[in-house]
Design a protein around this ligand. Structure first.
Ligand code: ZN
Ligand code: FE
Length: 251
């Protein structure tokens, strides 16, 4: 069974180390901060053998060079990671597989936040590392992609089994909940979810990970098909784009 260690990084990122106890292989999922990752690995007694990037942004790949220099880790990720210095040793795209010791992750194309954004899905372990594509009650800003692409990406994630545990890269949930309630406040699953978020944050607890089931029920972006009529729209991708635009300026 895969072991997953989650810890805070930078202002509001989460770091993840994924460890296969049978082989000792350990992957850093993204590299927001090399020092924190190396310290957390040492604390667990794990040696980082692999770096798996989700997209090129500095709070996801900025620590590649330092972690690679310190550990000799092999870097896998989308080609776009080369934009910030260390080109991946192994370029990945949707449809590929990534291996960590004896465990296998499917690589999903989840472009939209950036064009080459990928997610890593360990089907057998019910774990998905989604970077900035999907957040608890939210999704990444559409910096590079277009609505049709981003909607297809979110649909790919939404199609995973409900019990899939979703490791998102940021603690944005409290502010995401405000927007979600603004556009979907009559949804009882969302109201219950938002209450739970408020309780966890008041207790200083993370709201990540979440699950695909919880997000399908309450995340307004995944609920674009259910919300489109209220927006006066007939198309799912257009409804998604409208919600994304609304969120960009929501206060
Ligand atoms: Zn990003
Ligand atoms: Fe990010």
């Amino acid at each position: 069974m895969l072991q997953i260690h989650q810890f805070p990084c930078l202002d509001d990122n989460y770091g993840f180390l994924v460890h296969d106890p049978e082989t000792g292989a350990t992957a850093a999922i993204d590299t927001p901060d090399a020092d924190v990752y190396l310290a957390e690995a040492a604390r667990k007694g794990w040696r980082i053998t692999d770096i798996w990037n989700t997209h090129w942004h500095p709070d996801h790949a900025g620590g590649n060079a330092a972690i690679k220099a310190a550990t000799g880790a092999v870097v896998s990720g989308p080609a776009e990671v080369a934009r910030i210095g260390v080109a991946p040793d192994r370029v990945l795209q949707g449809g590929d597989e990534a291996r960590l010791g004896g465990r296998v992750a499917r690589v999903l194309d989840v472009g939209g936040h950036t064009l080459g954004h990928i997610a890593y899905v360990f089907d057998a372990d019910h774990a998905a590392f989604v970077g900035d594509a999907l957040f608890a009650l939210g999704c990444g800003r559409m910096f590079e992609g277009d609505p049709v692409q981003f909607w297809a990406s979110l649909s790919r994630l939404a199609a995973l089994p409900d019990e899939t545990v979703v490791y998102c890269a940021h603690e944005y949930t409290a502010s995401n909940a405000k927007f979600a309630l603004h556009v979907d406040g009559a949804n009882p699953a969302l109201v219950a979810y938002a209450d739970e978020v408020a309780r966890k944050r008041a207790a200083g607890q993370p709201t990540v990970p979440t699950t695909i089931g919880a997000e399908r029920a309450a995340n307004p972006f995944l609920r674009a098909p259910a919300l489109k009529a209220g927006l006066g729209l007939a198309d799912d991708a257009e409804a998604f784009a409208t919600l994304r635009r609304m969120k960009d300026t929501f206060k």
